[in-house]
Design a protein around this ligand. Structure first.
Ligand code: ADP
Length: 373
């Protein structure tokens, strides 16, 4: 297996559009790295360059000790799993699985043994004599996975492999893939994985580390807990987490006690948050970031709360999503079911207390988190 490095990688398409702006990324041997970001942020372009399906404009791609920039895909030691499975429709599952090995002229008994092993790992032994059209979506995706696995590649590349499946199947395939990755590691043959998705839940549940991209730049690379708790910028903060983090414009005053002014409301900050904020000027323009789970309902008139009007309610059973308009900001507060006060109906006024120890403050111009410890 191998580690993978991208160094100052640039992609400019023939029409002059630069999609990737010199990114650096280090994926460790056996690591499960997820590339995530909104549509158009260049996840696929990056993956396709690694695969050799797209040329590199500048920079370097290394797999293990080799620079692979100009190697044809077949010589890079990679295997790719696509969104649309790309199974050969006229071949039975057995032949689909072994196609690559047969093409490479491997001996018959080796091909048979490898097919059997992969079919066992993915629990598709009973499907070996079926045609792709006789498979469900999840089964077809497992065969596609098997076709990559049988090659024993140095690096696995996944391009949105679950996006054609329904929500339930997607959830079970997530577990299956991460379980497979873990098992291969335990068996002493770790697989390095680059997994592209636009789905932050997939990224958070599957990745050892996650690379968040925006418009051809890398915004942060970190493990899921760090991304959630310590987003380096407002973009990552807003992208990771469900419902999304509430981001609202505020004025930060640091003369005397620290205060944040949101529209016509001002809250004084407790020492803990105040001491974390690194602001160079008084009255600076910032973005206050609070996850919906980090608000609490407080009695009306409680000091240092944000008050607003409930615009919508969503009952989820164990919790309630309260949509609250605070000074023109449309905020969401997630209230545990047992704390929800049924008098808070649409149109009623509520006071939201901020859990400051979990709040973030971002510089409005650069988007950078200025409230790190
Ligand atoms: P993602 O996978 O994150 O959705 P892509 O890698 O597909 O993003 O695309 C990144 C950017 O590059 C987009 O703005 C897209 O329009 C552009 N792009 C993709 N392919 C081409 C191409 N062949 N020629 C020009 N621009 C392209």
């Amino acid at each position: 297996m191998a580690h993978l490095q991208l160094k100052k990688l640039v992609k400019k398409y023939p029409n002059g559009f630069e999609a990737v702006h010199g990114i650096d990324l280090d994926v460790k041997d056996g690591e499960f790295m997820v590339l995530v970001g909104p549509s158009g942020c260049a996840k696929s372009t990056t993956l396709r360059m690694i695969a050799g399906l797209e040329s590199v404009t500048a920079g370097e791609i290394r797999i293990g000790e080799r620079v692979v920039n100009t190697l044809v895909p077949g010589r890079r030691g990679i295997a790719m799993v696509f969104q649309n499975y790309a199974l050969y429709p006229h071949m039975k599952v057995r032949k689909n699985l072994s196609f690559g090995l047969r093409l490479a002229g491997r001996p018959k008994d080796e091909i048979e043994a490898a097919t059997k092993e992969v079919a066992e790992i993915l629990e598709i032994e009973a499907l070996l004599d079926r045609l792709p059209k006789e498979l469900s979506g999840g089964q077809a995706q497992r065969v596609a996975l098997g076709r990559a696995l049988i090659k024993k590649p140095e690096v696995f590349l996944f391009d949105e492999p679950l996006s054609n499946l329904d929500a339930k199947l997607r959830a079970s395939m997530r577990v299956r893939i991460t379980d497979l990755h873990r098992r291969l590691k335990e068996e002493g043959r770790p697989a390095t994985v680059i997994y592209v998705t636009h789905d932050q839940t997939e990224a958070m549940t599957m990745g050892d580390r996650i690379c968040v991209m925006k418009e051809g730049h890398i915004m942060q690379v970190a493990d899921p807990v760090t991304l959630y708790d310590k987003p380096e910028n407002a973009f990552v903060a807003g992208f990771i987490g469900t419902p999304e983090m509430n981001l609202m414009n505020a004025q930060l005053s640091i003369a005397g006690s620290h205060t944040l002014k949101i529209g016509n409301q001002t809250i004084s900050l407790a020492d803990e948050l105040a001491s974390r904020i690194k602001a160079s000027a008084d009255d600076s323009e910032v973005i206050l970031g609070i996850r919906p789970q980090h608000f609490h309902l407080a009695p009306e008139g409680t000091a240092d709360t944000l008050s607003g009007e409930v615009t919508a309610l969503e009952f989820m059973g164990h919790e309630v999503y309260l949509h609250v308009n605070v000074e023109g900001n449309s905020l969401i507060a997630v209230i545990p079911g047992e704390e929800y006060d049924p008098t808070n109906v649409r149109g009623s006024k509520v006071c939201l207390k901020v859990n400051e120890s979990r709040a973030h403050v971002f510089d409005r111009e650069s988007g950078k988190n200025i409230s790190f410890t």
